[in-house]
Design a binder for this molecule. Structure first.
Ligand code: TRP
Length: 314
């Protein structure tokens, strides 16, 4: 009898430990809503690693919590309605992947805690006033890209670089921050920066062709709209035999020339850790924004290098 009791007890303990969120099943289960701006490889990586980490932390969708994943397909109206639906469902926490959705989710953060993921400039996007002390009911992870390092790499490959193209969506706050950084770098280094603005994915092809005919290299920051059409941009650049320096590893995989960037899997995992902390009672205001800007990797696409006739350096 005693033995049986202790077996039962340890089984119970094991289950509670696994549950993590310690939520009973049924209507009392914790509810997590995840909204992603659009589908492109980098955001998908973030979502998948977030999902895996959540499971590792003991959250089992349908067993002790319910997790709803939605993509807005890059559409502002859709993302607002997803956020409103999440608010109506009284989610316990909303996770917003990428800047535009984070800005939409912030509008309901007075009611529901928000954890944003991969927002390049949370202060510039108006989400928090300070990274160390977010203050509101919102915090998250940031992928502040290292524009100077990436453009220094461009100068190493072409010390005579005089005309650099910059392609981006004017409505992405993340890209405006990087545009300003690129402008400063170009000014300091005697490079003319030629901007090409798009408003949606369909415009990338033509914008890329025109831009590629005017410049010696292109910088594509981690702009969601451009990233989702990266194969098209890469193709135009390869035709013009010029390199595209990118803001993220996925863009190099999609045919860009090179980047110096972070690991987005770790960023997705950290987002899940923050969600766990909040569900266990920590206030978002007490969780500093985590900026991923170290452990950088230089990635070069050798196929692209070959296609445009650049010899890859060590
Ligand atoms: N940092 C982007 C934002 O703030 C989101 C993002 C993450 C991204 N990884 C990317 C955009 C890769 C383009 C490519 O919205």
């Amino acid at each position: 009898m005693k033995k049986l009791l202790s077996v039962c007890l340890s089984a119970l303990l094991a289950v509670t430990a696994l549950a993590g969120c310690a939520a009973p099943s049924g209507s009392d289960m914790v509810k997590i809503g995840v909204v992603q701006y659009m589908d492109h490889p980098s955001l998908d990586t973030i979502r998948d690693s977030f999902k895996a980490k959540l499971t590792e932390l003991g959250y089992q969708d349908g067993v002790n919590c319910s997790v709803e994943y939605k993509s807005a397909g890059g559409d502002a109206t859709t993302q607002n309605s997803i956020v409103q639906t999440f608010a109506g469902d009284q989610k316990d926490v909303i996770v917003a992947i990428a800047t535009p959705t984070a800005q939409a989710a912030a509008s309901v953060s007075d009611k529901i805690p928000v954890v944003f993921s991969a927002v390049s400039d949370p202060v510039g996007a108006g989400l928090v006033q300070s990274l160390e002390k977010p203050e509101g009911n919102i915090t998250g992870t940031s992928d502040e890209i290292q524009v100077e390092k990436i453009l220094t790499l461009a100068l190493e490959y072409n010390p005579n670089l005089k005309k650099l193209g910059f392609i981006y969506n004017t409505s992405e706050a993340n890209s405006i921050t990087n545009l300003n950084k690129a402008k400063a770098f170009c000014e300091d280094n005697g490079i003319e920066l030629i901007e090409s603005a798009v408003t949606n994915t369909n415009e990338v092809q033509q914008a890329a062709q025109v831009l590629a005919s005017k410049v010696e290299a292109i910088f594509a920051p981690n702009d969601n709209t451009v990233a989702s059409a990266m194969p098209v941009l890469a193709n135009a650049a390869i035709q013009a035999k010029i390199p595209v320096y990118c803001g993220a590893d996925s863009m190099v995989n999609d045919g860009g020339f090179a980047t110096i960037g972070i690991n987005y899997e770790s960023l997705g995992q950290e987002t899940a850790v923050m969600v766990d902390q909040i569900l266990k009672g920590t206030k978002p205001a007490d969780i500093p924004v985590k900026v991923f800007k170290t452990d950088l990797q230089t990635i070069v696409n050798e196929e692209t290098a070959k296609a445009i006739g650049i010899e890859v350096k060590e």
